[in-house]
Design a protein around this ligand. Structure first.
Ligand SMILES: [Zn+2]
Length: 420
């Protein structure tokens, strides 16, 4: 990898910002705040629950086509792609590419009343900011680059892929971006991935918080609380497994957490239950810690079930058994401090008079980061609040500078990509 000191990142950004097409792209962003807000309100009116993103994918696909992107396509899981081809490369070239993505799903179930309300530069709606801001920020960048003819006039030495992906939130478990990186032919070409998620222009998530989630289920023969007394009890075994697990020592660094999230089981107070189940969430910045916790979970459940069976007074009616199902798996990783992506972001900030705080989080960037691909998740400008609640809001004040930040960073990474 060539040396990429800050000074060269800064001169790259300064040179980019001096190009006429880049001025034209900035002018497009400056001239179209109402259009961007209108897209955001329209998007917010379309439900986007996990595994129910189809209508949003269709909407975005039409917007990518309107924007003038090439090869607009929707893949098998519902991810929508649009390409801005490189200036002087044939379309069949297989060289490096940069990805700019935003997740289209929300946390809200399909039946949630959406009713977006626009009041000046403010939008009130579930999903207005997360990820309405990211999706329309990406669309705005697409329009600005196409309208400014950046591709034809300026150096666009590597292609840029716009991606509206599914499955970022909760049980979606990053399935959209995961699917992208399972497509070897394309994934092998990605050298940088910028994720737009929510609002703001002063933070970037560069440390991918890993998580693993499990459902544990213990079953047994059940029975009458009095006449079958002595039959092994699934709730007793599960409860003692969870009690043991809760005692697991967790390191402060790398920060690692464990949550016993839900517990269910049994049918009535006077029945020996036939089943009990619990869901558990482990998080850490270290993959190794997640693995250790998985081992601790298996050991706790195995021991508790074995003890429940061994100590049961009646074994003839049947014994306890268990299953452990992984219901979520997000890898932990981090963007190295000397990554060209981070140095470029610092350079862009310096140019625009901004300052970025680096954050830890679980975002679509987890997947490329875990594969060693420079990636981060950043806001698309403006301000927002009430994320994941029905009172969610977004304010487009200062959206423009946030989008300039994204645009310059994206172009800087495209230049860098072409040198790889
Ligand atoms: Zn989000």
């Amino acid at each position: 990898m060539p040396l990429f000191p800050l000074i060269s990142a800064f001169s790259r950004v300064t040179a980019l910002a001096a190009q006429k097409p880049v001025h034209a792209a900035f002018a497009w962003l400056h001239g179209n705040p109402m259009k961007i807000m209108d897209w955001q309100a329209r998007l917010a009116a379309i439900p986007g629950p996990p595994f129910g993103e189809k209508a949003r994918s269709e909407w975005l696909s039409a917007r990518f086509t309107d924007a003038g992107l090439s090869q607009v396509q929707t893949d098998a899981v519902g991810n929508v792609f649009g390409w801005l081809p490189a200036a002087k490369l044939p379309p069949q070239s297989t060289g490096p590419v940069v990805v700019l993505s935003a997740h289209v799903d929300t946390v809200f179930p399909a039946e949630t009343p959406l009713n977006p309300v626009v009041d000046g530069d403010r939008l009130q709606a579930p999903g207005a900011c997360d990820n309405g801001a990211g999706v329309v920020g990406m669309l705005a960048i697409a329009h600005a680059l196409v309208q400014a003819k950046v591709q034809a006039k300026a150096e666009l030495p590597a292609p840029l892929i716009f991606l509206g992906n599914v499955g970022e939130e909760g049980e979606g478990d990053l399935r959209g971006v995961r699917h992208l990186y399972s497509q070897a032919a394309l994934a092998g070409r990605i050298v940088a991935h910028i994720v737009l998620d929510g609002s703001g222009a002063d933070t970037a998530v560069t440390q991918a918080l890993g998580s693993r989630r499990y459902q544990v289920s213990v079953t047994g023969p059940g029975g009458h609380s009095f006449t079958d007394a002595g039959t092994p009890n699934p709730i007793a075994a599960l409860a003692s497994a969870l009690a043991i697990l809760a005692q697991t020592p967790l390191p402060e660094a790398p920060r690692t957490t464990l949550n016993l999230g839900t517990i269910h089981g049994g049918t009535s107070v006077n029945s020996i239950p036939e089943s009990a189940r619990a869901s558990i969430d482990f998080r850490s910045t270290s993959s190794e810690q997640l693995l250790l916790l998985e081992v601790a979970l298996y050991r706790a459940v195995e021991d508790a079930v074995e003890h429940g069976n061994a100590s049961a007074k009646i074994r003839s009616r049947g014994l306890l058994s268990f299953t452990i199902t992984k219901i979520g798996d997000r890898p932990a990783a981090q963007l190295p401090a000397d990554s060209p992506l981070l140095e470029s972001l610092r350079a862009v900030d310096r140019h625009l008079g901004l300052k970025t705080d680096l954050r830890l989080g679980s975002t679509d960037a987890n997947i490329p980061l875990s594969l060693g691909i420079p990636a981060l998740s950043m806001g698309a400008g403006g301000e927002g609040g009430g994320a994941h609640t029905q009172a969610e809001w977004y304010s487009a004040k200062d959206r423009e500078v946030g989008l300039r930040r994204v645009l310059l960073l994206t172009l800087a990474m495209i230049e860098w990509a072409a040198e790889q």
